[in-house]
Design a binder for this molecule. Structure first.
Ligand SMILES: [Zn+2]
Ligand SMILES: [Zn+2]
Ligand SMILES: [Zn+2]
Ligand SMILES: [Zn+2]
Ligand SMILES: [Zn+2]
Ligand SMILES: [Zn+2]
Ligand SMILES: [Zn+2]
Ligand SMILES: [Zn+2]
Length: 419
């Protein structure tokens, strides 16, 4: 499993340029709304990605079969190329590229972005600076995506290239308690958030009363390690960790990127098939995720209840919406809406309510006892002998009747039967 490749141990941030370590995401980002629609904070909702986003399931992590050690995002080797017109500079760190791009913007004679194939008029120099900084962010994310592709062979991406540069009129606000600094470009903001994360110990040591806390306004969630905090903090900041170099879609973790490519494997190579709808999937995990969509499929027409199977739905309808009682007790005349209720009721009759008078056999119903008697005792020789006339009778109750009828015996109190 992909998730198994990330482990907590022995990680050290190599430079200030390292981005957040962990590549799985716990929560989807909460969206915030801003006044102006043009500057909406929509960097996590590009349509091409939201269709592809799937929830991670931390419960199905398999620890076996570690094929290769994972490469931490912070350990990715970067080769960041500036695509500003007639500039071919290459940088080994995001901060260096960012500083370089801000220089391009500041030295520019107008407010037009001269990044290859961009040609956007940013109207003001501050917006141009924010804009070019975002080009740098996308360059870094695509670089990491390319690195992943060189390490593992994944299917080609056939989606059309679409890169959105998202401007934030109000800048990027750090909502960490007592911080509330505002940043004008995306690189400085995410580097600053990394500083908040790195102010924590690697692991929370309970003996030393250490806690790792998300101090983002209104959050206060606790984490076992600072990497978990970093991963979580991205749900507040909407930071992504890699992009598909082909189509430009951004991803919050490596698994989502790998899935994005694997879903594009040609159908005849996809070997996991859903037994219910015959749809094909490239991996077992994606099939399992899909299978969950079939669960809770049967919906009650009379209320909002959904059930996993038709028989559960039938039982729900009977129980909630009809006054039918199809489950009848064979020991009394009560009836019940569900099998379960009948079973509960039968227990009130007492366990093994019937016991055989000829052997140690016990059972719960009269019907069961009658069939037991017929099988085991009906053919046996008569064992009850009348002491008066020596007549032999098969059963005790026949002798009782015989004594009363023939010999005029009376029913004595305190005894159920003569012997
Ligand atoms: Zn340049
Ligand atoms: Zn541009
Ligand atoms: Zn801050
Ligand atoms: Zn938080
Ligand atoms: Zn793609
Ligand atoms: Zn299916
Ligand atoms: Zn219902
Ligand atoms: Zn009963």
């Amino acid at each position: 499993m992909d998730e198994s490749k990330s482990s907590e141990g022995g990680i050290r941030l190599r430079s200030r340029l390292a981005v957040f370590e962990h590549i799985t995401e716990e929560n989807k980002p909460k969206k915030r709304k801003f006044g102006s629609s043009r500057y909406n904070d929509s960097d996590d909702s590009s349509p091409s990605e939201s269709e592809l986003v799937i929830d991670e399931t931390p419960t199905v992590v398999k620890k076996k079969h570690k094929k290769k050690p994972s490469i931490k995002i912070s350990e990715e080797v970067l080769n960041l190329k500036c695509e500003w017109i007639s500039c071919d500079s290459i940088f080994k760190s995001w901060i260096e590229l960012n500083d370089h791009l801000l220089n391009h913007a500041g030295a520019n004679s107008g407010t037009m972005c001269l990044w290859t194939n961009c040609n956007t008029d940013c109207k003001t120099v501050p917006f141009l600076m924010q804009h070019v900084s975002y080009h740098g962010y996308l360059t870094k994310l695509k670089n990491i995506g390319s690195n992943v592709l060189t390490r593992e062979s994944l299917p080609e991406c056939k989606h059309e290239k679409s890169e959105k540069i998202i401007l934030r009129k109000e800048g990027y606000m750090c909502e960490w308690e007592y911080c509330m600094l505002n940043f004008y470009n995306v690189c400085e903001f995410y580097m600053h958030m990394e500083m908040h994360v790195n102010a924590n110990p690697r692991e929370a040591n309970e003996k030393k009363n250490e806690i790792i806390l998300c101090d983002w306004a209104g959050c206060k969630l606790k984490f076992a390690t600072k990497y978990k905090l970093a991963e979580h903090l991205r749900t507040h900041t909407h930071e992504k960790v890699m992009a598909c170099p082909t189509c430009g879609t951004l991803f919050a973790n490596r698994t989502k990127f790998v899935d994005h490519r694997k879903r594009q494997l040609s159908e005849h190579l996809q070997s996991y098939q859903c037994s219910q709808c015959l749809k094909l999937f490239p991996t077992e995990r994606l099939l399992r995720e899909h299978t969950r969509s079939h669960i809770n499929h049967y919906k009650c027409q009379m209320c909002n209840m959904t059930c996993a199977t038709p028989s559960r739905l039938a039982e729900h309808i009977r129980f909630r919406h009809l006054d039918m009682k199809p489950y009848k007790c064979d020991q009394c005349d009560k009836a019940f809406k569900t099998k379960y209720n009948l079973a509960t009721h039968i227990k009130t009759h007492g366990e093994d309510a019937e016991s055989c008078e000829f052997c140690s056999y016990k059972c719960r119903s009269k019907v069961g006892m009658q069939s037991h008697y017929k099988k085991k005792h009906d053919q046996s020789a008569p064992i009850f002998e009348c002491h008066t006339c020596k007549k032999k009778l098969k059963r005790g109750q026949f002798l009782t009747k015989h004594l009363m009828k023939i010999h005029n015996y009376h029913w004595p109190s305190g005894h159920s039967r003569f012997r």
